[in-house]
Design a protein around this ligand. Sequence first.
Ligand code: ADP
Length: 810
Amino acid sequence: MKIFPKTLLIVVSIAVIPLLIALLIAYSIAEKTLTEHILRELEAIAHIQEHRVEDGILRLKERLDLVRSRVPALVAIERFYETGEKAQQDIAISALAGAKAAIDEIKIISILSMNGRVVASTDSALHDKDFSKEEFFVSGSHGYYLDSFAFSNTGEVVMNLACPVEYQGRRLGVLVIESSPDAITALTRDYTGLGKTGEALLARKNKDGNVLYITPLRFDRDAALKRTVPWGKAAKPIVQALLKQESVLEDELDYRGEHVFAATRHIKETDWGLVVKMDRAEVFNPLEQMRYLFISLVVVTAILVVLVAFLVSGKVVKPIVQLSSVAGKISEGDLLLRAEVTSGDEIGELQQYFNKMTDDLTAANAFLDQKVKDRTAELFEVNRSLILEVQERMEAERKLLHDEARLKVLLDIAQFRSKDIQEMLDFTLHEVIRLSRSRIGYIYFYDEQKQEFTLNSWSKDVMTQCLVMEKKTCYELGKTGIWGEAVRQRKPIMLNDFPASHSLKKGYPEGHVPLLKYLTVPVFREDRIVAVVAVANKETDYTEDDVKELTIIMDAVWQIVERQEAERELARYATALERSNKELEQFAYVASHDLQEPLRKIASFTELLSSRYRGKLLDEKADTFMEFIVDGARRMQRLINDLLTFSRVMTQGREFTKTDCNLVLSKVLQDLDLSIRENNAAISCGTLPVVIADQTQMAQLFQNLIGNAIKYHGEDQPRVEISAELKGQDWQFSITDNGIGIAQEFYDRIFVLFQRLHAKTEYTGTGIGLAVCKKIVERHRGKIWVESAPGRGSTFFFTIPASMSSERQT
Ligand code: ADP
């Protein structure tokens, strides 16, 4: 809903609704008050009327009493009864006439005899008339009878009042007075306090049990004694009154069917019902007017309020509506619009603030626009540099990929296992062509001395496409065309427009694969050119990158080629060496084994000769010579034994088993016991590990090293220490002595077979012991070395891989 109708509605609601409520409350209070008032009023009137009726009845009674106390008439009647004299009757009649004249309302006075016949009457027409059947006679014989409304001869409503007549204790008959009913009915004509519709009415039940109105009604003047209503259909107020219920009724229908307020009374004396009533319409007439007044008030107020609201909200709302429309247009983007400042009040202020806000908004917008422009420019710049960066990265990536590809090629070449160089270079050429995106290529060996090219490798395409009849594989440098330039100029040659004329071109033979782009690079080893490689017919131009790439790859390939050559050579040597070693070992074994026997014979027979024939057969010299022979043979035996031991290290080595070095050592020390005691050597050893080894050879190893440590002692008492420690993957054993020591230059020599540092006269020995040790250690995949200084003792170290050991035993 728009603000204007909303404001209007609110203002009207605020103004009219409370008024409406106030008026409704006032109306209901008025209605209630009026109802209470009228009911009180009717009650009061009913009370008065009741008294008046009762008063009227009293007066009727008094009237009867007044007449029946007229003694002359009574006397005349008595006498008439006694005498039957007409004169007496006349006296009585005139006496009655006198009574009648005294009271206006009395119309006829009659005295009826005990049998109901008129004895004397002011109306001569009634003379001797028989009323014995009439109710007023029957009831009047017993007491006052007042309830006898009837029509007179003239058709008027009259009352027949009756009561018994006595004189001096004698019953004379019944006095009947036909009287005007005014004493009763007059009161019903009194409408004081009852407005235009109010009235008091009397009714009684007739013989049939129906309701009979006995007084004229305000709206039915002829109703008296004529209007009968069946009991069931009678108006409720009169029925209530006849039922002796005295109360007030707020809203009941009367005999006309109108809504009335009523008060009911019951007249005991005559058993009449009295109703005092008044139309609700009349009672509420002022209220009705008040209602119209109220409604008019509300309507007028509403109209006024609407008018005022219209005016006020027009003043207040119009600028707001205008402001809203301006705001709407501004929100659509028209920032130049401004609200019109219509007043100096808060709305005016609001319009001013709004305009200020719009100004600020325009300024902020402009600022933002500028910001956005600046930022866009910045972003554009960033974007541009990002694109550049991306391009650079892509280029770098491409290069990286290319480098990777090149690396892969190098790796592939390095890992390429081939029987000969030819195969290797074929593979290289293939990869080089692929990497440089060329179509064809070749590799030529070059011999600098002969100045000759020998074809090594042609790309397959060239072979299939080349239709030269005699394909040469050997070229002299002097006869080559442009492709020899790489050698002549000792630098790469690049031609990206091969078909163009070139001074260096000699043309190629008929049928040669047509060349479009061409690149050839010399391969240098140190300063020598050893080959040339060429690629051709790349789709795009060759660049320095291609040159670099080709150079790098070929350089690397050549290194690999050379290394592989060297490896092959080495392998050849190694195989030859192994074979000769084996042969040597075999020979040493066989020789030493086979030599033992004859040597033993020489030694034993020479000893025999010496012992049998010493001083007998030969001279002293011959004895000395024989001693020499025996000594030589003994030494030779030792030598051969040692040699045999050496050769057995490899040929007769045992399986590796779990070997507790502590046990091995204690066995060795037992064997060396004599030597230890002779030399007074002090041996100390730490805990040694359990290793997987050849137990016998381990014993041999310890024996040789400890034996040497004791043998090569100095002046001091020999002290030998044996220990082991875990170093990385290996157990490192050490045998330290305080002996004569070894100069550093002999560290390696002493492990070579037959190498000794002393004359046999100084220290006995064959120079095989350490060579045996080396062989044993190497068989166990360990190392042996010495650290020493002359005069300061030596330490011999050897390692046994720990993977060959089990847990250390303590
Ligand atoms: P041999 O002891 O039979 O001469 P070896 O092969 O055992 O032969 O030793 C080679 C040489 O190494 C010895 O001649 C000796 O000069 C030197 N050598 C070995 N062990 C020691 C040691 N513990 N102290 C000093 N020199 C040693």
